[in-house]
Design a protein around this ligand. Sequence first.
Ligand code: ZN
Length: 586
Amino acid sequence: MDWTWDLTVLYRDFDDPQIERDFNELSRLCAQARDFLQGDPQTALENASDAMEELSRLSSALGSFASLTLAADANNERAQQLMDRLMIFSVQLSLLSSALVRYIGHVENLEELIAGSEKLQKIDFFLRRSKEKAKHLMDGAIEEWMLKMSLTGGSAFSNLRDKLDATVTVDYKGEQLPLSAVRSKAYDPDPAVRKAAYEAELAAYPKIEIPMAACLNGIKGEALTMIEATHFDSVLDQTLAQSNMDRATLDAMLSAIREALPAFRRYLRKKGEILGHKNGLPFYDLFAPIAPEGYTPKKYTIEEARQKLIDEMGKFTPDMAAFIDQAFENRWIDVYPRDGKGGGAFCAELHALDQSRVLTNFAGSFSDVSTLAHELGHAWHNRCMAGLPYSMIDAPMPLAETASIFNETLLANAAMAQADKKERFSLLEGSLMEVTQVIVDIYSRFLFESAVIEKRKERTLSVSELKELMLDAQDKSYGDGLDPALRHPYMWACKSHYYIPGLSFYNFPYAFGQLFGAGVYAQYRQEGASFVPKYNRLLRSCGSGWVADVAKSVGIDVRSVDFWRESLRVYEREIDEFIALADELM
Ligand SMILES: [Zn+2]
């Protein structure tokens, strides 16, 4: 079996004449699309939405072919060239879509038009949301210039940040290593290696701290300028609007998280004790592997992983099992690491073909099987949206992880049910280590970013202020779970999430996704098989409603603190069991 993915469903190769044909069609449509916004509003909206649909189909086929090729083969020059040619269209496409939003903003009888047109009913949420979005458009006269300026402003800072991160070298025991290589030593079984790597990492940041701080100040400064230009009260309000989410939902989730912090701190302190620390866990041991004496974790071949996923997901619904089997069979998955292939894992949708592609770097651990379950959850989510217009498949960040977290939770529960005590301990530790990041670390990032944006309103922040704010955020979030003398003052330089122009607070959606996915899973456990069709409908509707309404469709009230408390209770129970097992086994 060939375990690389098959992209020929898009184009045969980079010499496929269809590429040029699609490119020409894309240029032609781009040039003409504005003309569609003429005549009576109903015809104009119908024609414009057809044109946007075709533009999405073409740019996504070309873009997917280029970006997926690059993801598996970073040095592919033909793919890079295609990518660069497509970039030229990005400003044009944004301008087109805001021309459409602006037009919709001026349509007074939108509801009447929707009611009277079958075509417009299929994109009703897109139209209603655009009406809202129109209130936050920039002045038409400056928009193009703002977009172009941001390429040399926020985007340029973001590129510089990535270059600094990729090229800085860390002196690790006399050897010059990339930052990523030193950071991955946090998972090393040898405590001396973890500690030395952390010290070497912290010692390397001063080499890049000044330009890094300039990037952060530049990007957050731009974010503040942009909210003025787009009439938002705050940067957070803008992110909430981008997320189809309201403030009441965020507040409910954050209060439940604050209540749960002491439980996570108990887990961290226990892990610290196991590793011989008296004053809480040092930052460098957050990812330390711990296992009971005599326990060797199970290893999986890719065939075993495939079978495991088919067996476990099949208990939820046979359709999902068959879907996963087909994903393997039809080479949707690029399985193994190799030279030039990117790290990590992701799932990309090929919506027009009703297919997805999954990249992983499978090495045979349970966590690798769980990653496959996660990414195939995204693929299932895409399947559930088959046939919808492009304008209705854009799940906002908080809902985008629903199916992936659901699958992970399902697999983890199945594994726990079959495990003996030692394996249970090891699975719990794996789960809690990750969930602590998604809840506790994410909360610290939310606090940090809030504080930076607040101060940045008045002036730029110095390196030492950024370090101070980061330590303070870690203190408020991790509390006595972390050793106060051994935190990480440079996490702001480490995490790329703070440096995405046009997207601030790329942190709380992770916590939302984790807790919402777990909450949906809990709902399934209560309702059993009758929940399956509801679940699939929920996934289908993720891009076509406000978050609170989508959740309500499966009986979940995301504005109530109790819903979030229930989800967090799942992890609090895991923490109790982890501590009890640790006392017994370690
Ligand atoms: Zn995901």
